[in-house]
Structures are given as C-alpha cells and as structure tokens.
Design a protein around this ligand. Sequence first.
Ligand SMILES: N[C@@H](CCC(=O)N[C@@H](CS)C(=O)NCC(=O)O)C(=O)O
Length: 288
Amino acid sequence: MSDQEYTPPTVWEPKESGGKFASINRPVAGPTHDKALSVGKHPFQLYSLATPNGVKASIMLEELLALGHEGAEYDAWLVDIGEGDQFGSGFVEINPNSKIPALVDHTTETPTRVFESGSILLYLADKFGELLPGEHRARTETMNWLFWQMGSAPFLGGGFGHFYAYAPVKLEYPIDRYTMEAKRQLDVLNRHLADNRYMAGDEYTIADIAIWSWYGQLVLGRLYEAAAFLQVHTYDHVVRWAKEIDARPAVQRGRMVNRTFGEPETQLHERHDASDFDTKTQDKVGQN
Ligand SMILES: N[C@@H](CCC(=O)N[C@@H](CS)C(=O)NCC(=O)O)C(=O)O
C-alpha cells in the first residue's frame, strides 16, 4: 500500500490492505467455519470482548446485578475477533453482522438473540425496568443520546482510531478529517455536560453507559494513546462525568469481563459467577 494518490479502477477487487486487524476484514458476510456456541447455566449468555462496544453489555449486566436483579445473571464467553471467532456458524446465527457484543436471553419461550450494543442496552433496560426513565421527556432524551452514540462512534473508532492508530501508513488527510470530527463530538458532549450531571439529566441511564464506553474512556486516556493529540483534558465537563462513572463498582467489574489486554489483574477472560472477579482474573489463574 502506498500513500500516493489513488485512482480507483472501474471495478474494485479485494487486495491485502495491511494494518492492524486487516486479517479480519472481508468483503462478504456469513460464516467461515462450523462452530457451535457454548451455553452456560445462567439466564443470559453474552458473547463478547472488552472493546468499547463490548463493555457496554457487561457494564449493563453488572449494573442490573448491583441493583439486585438476580435474573440478570450471565455467563460471558470470550469471542476472539483477532482469531475470527465472530465468523463461526453459531455466532453468525445470533449476529448475522459478525460483530461483538451479542447476547442470548434463555428466559423467553425460545431463546431470543440480541445484537447491536445499543439494542442490547435497550432490551435489558426494558426487560428489568432500569436505567431508562419512564417519564416521556427523560426517556426521549435518553434515546436521543443512545442513538447519537451509535451514529457517532464509528467516526471516532472506524475513522479517527483507524487512521491515527491502526492504518499501515499515517495519512494526513484522513487523520485531519477524523480528528476534526472527534474533537467536534467531544465538544458536543462537553457543552451538554456543562449543564447536566448525566447525559439525560439527573439520572444515570443507558445513554451514559453507551457514551462512557467510548468517549469516557477516550478522555480518561484509554483509547488509541491519543490523549495529548486530542487534548482531551480541555473537555473538562466530559472528564468530570467520565471520572464519576468510572468510579462505579459495576463499571469497574464490567470493564474486566472478556478482557484480554492490560494488567493481568484487570483481565477476566470468561465470567460465569460473581466470585470470578476475585478468583479467576489472569494474575490468579496464572498462579494456580
Ligand atoms: N454497531 C455495532 C458495532 C460492533 C463492533 O464494531 N464490534 C467490533 C469490536 S468493537 C467487532 O466485533 N469487530 C469484529 C469484526 O469487524 O470482524 C455495535 O455497537 O454492537
């Protein structure tokens, strides 16, 4: 691949693009191999990885458990997207889009598949009557910001993150373009959070979980090593909000689920019981 100007041919043909994650990109959908999904003993089965999209689901389940909903107990199975697990036949059956996270609810008459992290948040909020206000205006505001996140984050992750951190060459044009957009989005949040404790007002909701997982972690310096480049500390209201959410015990647990990177004590590759956070993190599994 070169950084020279590119003249597209009449018909595009797939070729090796290079860069991190290039090996998992394909121009077609569908399974590449037969592999059934594991199913544990709990009502919910989560298939995920602790990326910003993945932790939305595990944080939500941990918040519901913290609120006392035993019916939100779950098994979390690791989907290694670098190894192509998302293209196994069992996974494709529950998410034809082959992306984590995906959830199956086994409490319904026949198992209910839920894919797209925003849909998972909404499904669980509706099912348990939590973290989504009942009052019409506050519910609408929660949905406004939930959909804002789902529409905006691809410009941060697939745009800025890709060209700044993962592309095989550093190209000024796309980095400038997506940096402009990432900073604009941070400013949208900063102005809103100047007057609001949480995204939908006074109440912590699924909109906060969705937005924190991307933009909260970004301003806390956890994404793309881009804190200085984006001057994330200047978005002081976002930083204030991000720190408050980061301190929630359910958020700290949710971040550890299906995590395969970072310090060993923060990695819980699979979660099948609440006690796993104390006994099965990588530092402990490695010692035993
Ligand atoms: N809109 C989807 C996006 C999910 C997504 O992009 N997941 C990534 C990891 S963060 C993935 O599974 N990538 C694997 C691949 O692209 O093959 C959601 O919010 O659930």
